[in-house]
Ligand binder design. Structure first.
Ligand SMILES: Nc1ncnc2c1ncn2[C@@H]1O[C@H](COP(=O)(O)OP(=O)(O)OP(=O)(O)O)[C@@H](O)[C@H]1O
Ligand SMILES: O=c1ccn([C@@H]2O[C@H](COP(=O)(O)O)[C@@H](O)[C@H]2O)c(=O)[nH]1
Length: 239
């Protein structure tokens, strides 16, 4: 069965890569996600990825302990490059052609981000991994994902995270939280549902980019959610 999307961006939470650990990367988790991405790419969808860095470094957390925020954010962006290289390695082991494109130039390990080149890579069937977020401090990889998905004219942004959708409050802290099947961008903003930052939601809203939030941990979760198999939450202009 053909997939109902031509080109999509998958945002993978950095924290998801920790597996059962409390820091860093569990290679088994990376392999499982890579296998899911490989399946989707082999079924003909153009796929690009943004991977968070929260499993390694978050600028805001470092700032809370007295570090300069900007410096911490640059360290956070470098953390996303480490995750991108791990994912590239796992995808290449599955014979998926990939390119890492970095928003911060580091020509020995990644191509610089050039929008038209990224589009060309995807047209040739390569999975493009966007690294180093937006390249700017005070942003997050959620915003980078909404930005790149808009630039790439993706049909949707899939946010693969630790929870299976958007809840009335953080489900990891509130056992009574209720999951929504659908929400509008305005619902997420006005109810302060913190699954993604407001800048990312606003950017998606402006560009009419649907966001689908799902749990990345179930094997095959990405290909299932691409086919509309739940659970997930869809955030859109009007529902
Ligand atoms: N209303 C809500 N609905 C769903 N999840 C929520 C909500 N409020 C807070 N969260 C939390 O937001 C988290 C989603 O963010 P995620 O872990 O994907 O972080 P990220 O910043 O995108 O990535 P990283 O882990 O790299 O920092 C969920 O794990 C969940 O605990
Ligand atoms: O555009 C960006 C993207 C990220 N950062 C910094 O990186 C870390 C990790 O990203 P997450 O989205 O939290 O996974 C983030 O905390 C920022 O410190 C950035 O500065 N700019």
């Amino acid at each position: 069965m053909t997939l109902p999307y031509r080109r999509v961006l998958l945002k993978v939470s950095g924290e998801a890569l920790m597996g059962d650990g409390s820091f860093g990367i569990d290679p088994t988790v990376v392999k499982t996600i890579a296998a899911d991405v490989a399946e989707v790419a082999q079924q003909g969808a153009q796929v690009c990825l943004v991977i968070g860095g929260g499993n390694i470094f978050r600028g805001v957390a470092a700032a809370a302990k007295g570090m300069d925020r900007t410096q911490g954010d640059y360290a956070g962006m470098l953390a996303t490059v480490i995750n991108a290289l791990m994912m590239q390695n796992a995808l290449e082991a599955l014979n998926v052609d990939t390119r890492v494109m970095s928003a911060i130039q580091m020509s020995a390990i990644a191509e610089p981000y050039i929008r038209r080149r990224a589009v060309r890579h995807m047209d040739k069937g390569r999975v493009v991994i966007f690294a180093a977020g937006t390249g700017n401090p005070f942003f997050t990889t959620d915003t980078a994902a909404a930005l790149r998905a808009s630039e790439m004219e993706c049909d949707a942004l899939f946010k693969g995270t630790q929870v299976d959708g958007v809840y009335s409050s953080d489900p990891r802290k509130d056992a009574a939280a209720q999951r929504y099947d659908t929400l509008t961008y305005m619902d997420v903003l006005s109810r302060d549902l913190n699954v993604m930052d407001a800048a990312a939601i606003s950017l998606a809203r402006e560009n009419r980019l649907p966001i689908i939030v799902f749990n990345i941990h179930a094997p095959g979760a990405f290909q299932d959610v691409m086919r509309g198999k739940g659970p997930f939450t869809r955030i859109d202009a009007a529902v």
